[in-house]
Design a protein around this ligand. Structure first.
Ligand SMILES: [Zn+2]
Length: 111
């Protein structure tokens, strides 16, 4: 019983500070533009999936500023259409399909 009480106290007083201080690596500021004119700036790890919107302190939904979208190809979290395609087809199959389509195209039978 006493054990439980102690554990509860520890949880309440623990802070994230040590963990946050340990990994200061690779962060960037991401900006969200609130429709009410506020700017929300949040530090994200470069490896984090940055949400496209964030709730502003005024309660409105602030939208991710375009220039802040991650452009480096280190981010492999998002699957592209190409990735999904490769999960269903092999390169060989795709080449075959491409060849078929090209033949149709050359024959003037497409679109
Ligand atoms: Zn706002």
């Amino acid at each position: 019983m006493a054990d439980k009480a102690l554990r509860g106290m520890r949880l309440g007083t623990q802070s994230m500070e040590t963990a946050a201080g340990a990994e200061l690596a690779a962060r960037r500021d991401v900006h969200y533009d609130c429709p009410n004119g506020h700017i929300v700036t949040l530090p994200f790890s470069v490896e984090a999936d940055v949400p496209l919107s964030w709730e502003c302190h005024c309660g409105a939904l602030a939208l991710l500023r375009d220039g802040d979208r991650p452009k480096d190809d280190n981010t492999k979290h998002q699957r592209t259409h190409w990735d999904m395609l490769l999960e269903r087809r092999t390169i060989d199959e795709l080449e075959e399909l491409l060849e078929e389509r090209l033949e149709l195209l050359r024959a003037g039978r497409l679109g």
